[in-house]
Design a protein around this ligand. Structure first.
Ligand SMILES: NC(=O)c1ccc[n+]([C@@H]2O[C@H](COP(=O)([O-])OP(=O)(O)OC[C@H]3O[C@@H](n4cnc5c(N)ncnc54)[C@H](OP(=O)(O)O)[C@@H]3O)[C@@H](O)[C@H]2O)c1
Length: 314
């Protein structure tokens, strides 16, 4: 069977023939239909994550497929896969057939296409947990979302609107503004992040961008408000004037979805139901398994839309 293999940090992933896995205790054999290429896969590939599988390894922390053999799941059951060491401790999901830990699987409803089933977990559960578990959002609060065109940001906008919040979405340009849900106010980020946001005042900031955007957005949170820090593509440092910080009394709340994965798994069935009936939308961009390197490059470009998903020829 075919799998994408990485032989060294930063080395281009290559497609190879590998030995087919066999059923073992505690594992389920899954025929892959779609596997996500996400930022975490790039981080592992670059050697910047805490752990990586021994070389050569098959990347991929998320996927969707159909059960072939299992002591726990019925053959033919549609499933999504995520976590439990997939793609971080041992071989991951960028392959045609996988023996995954039973606990990595969840049931995929018929109404959710495989590509969405592969891609939904990280962005939708991150957005959900950020809003509801970390920030404890109340209806009628005002929420500012940075990186609102991103996978996590766009779902944070949709879920905050659905919770009854007054939502402002921060986007890079006017063309992207047109893609935001109709219920959201849209703010276009100019060359001066601070002055672009002068008109805003929010109870809650969900920041998926970091760097100078975070610094500017933080100043727009009301005294006593809170900010959930999700990502740092625009920079991984933040300078704080401690006196100012204490006076403004804005809580800085980190999101760590590896620690909060149980909350994400608990939210997954409801999020899948919303994706199935169209209450939530997530863009996916398909790539062939052979094009994993291009998919990794695509997700690192500014302006890409949605999740990259490797599809396994079905
Ligand atoms: N803490 C956690 O547990 C956790 C969980 C999930 C994700 N994350 C992190 O969250 C971040 C967002 O993930 P994602 O899947 O939503 O990524 P994504 O789909 O690639 O979206 C990235 C967003 O950030 C914007 N952006 C990128 N660089 C920017 C810059 N220099 N200035 C302003 N905006 C910028 C992009 O805008 P354009 O569209 O204009 O390029 C886009 O809206 C990633 O860093 C990811 O690793 C963290």
């Amino acid at each position: 069977m075919k799998a994408v293999r990485v032989h060294a940090f930063d080395a281009p992933p290559v497609i190879e023939e590998v030995t087919q896995p066999v059923l073992r205790p505690g594992r389920t054999l899954v025929r892959m239909e779609a596997a996500t290429v996400g930022h975490i896969d790039r981080t592992v590939w670059r050697g910047s994550f805490l752990k990586h599988p021994p070389f050569p390894y098959t990347p991929g922390v998320e996927a969707a497929g159909v059960v072939v053999a299992s002591a726990v799941y019925a053959s033919g059951q549609r499933v999504w896969l995520r976590g439990s060491g997939l793609g971080t401790l041992f071989d991951g999901t960028w392959c045609e057939l996988i023996d995954a830990p039973d606990e990595a699987l969840g049931l995929l409803p018929d109404g959710v296409p495989a590509a969405i089933g592969a891609a939904f977990f990280s962005p939708s559960t991150s957005a959900w947990v950020a809003l509801h578990d970390v920030a404890r959002l109340s209806a009628a609060e005002s929420v500012l979302v940075t990186g609102a065109t991103g996978a996590v940001g766009s779902l944070a906008v949709q879920l905050a609107l659905d919770a009854g919040a007054d939502v402002t979405a921060l986007v890079a340009d006017a063309a992207q503004a047109a893609r935001m849900p109709s219920g959201a106010k849209v703010l276009v980020l100019g060359n001066e992040p601070g002055s672009s946001m002068d008109s805003i005042s929010a109870d809650l900031l969900v920041d998926t961008v970091g760097g100078g955007v975070l610094a500017a957005a933080l100043a727009r949170v009301k005294p006593g408000g809170r900010a959930v820090l999700v990502g740092y593509t625009a920079g991984n440092t933040l300078t704080l004037d401690i006196a100012h910080f204490l006076q403004r009394d804005v809580s800085l709340l980190p999101l760590n979805m590896f620690r909060r994965e149980p909350a994400g798994r608990a939210a997954a069935p409801d999020l899948l139901a919303r994706l199935a009936d169209g209450r939530l939308k997530l863009d996916v961009q398909p790539f062939a398994l052979e094009s994993a390197a291009q998919a990794m490059d695509w997700i690192s470009q500014r302006g890409h839309r949605g999740r990259a998903v490797l599809t396994m020829g079905r």
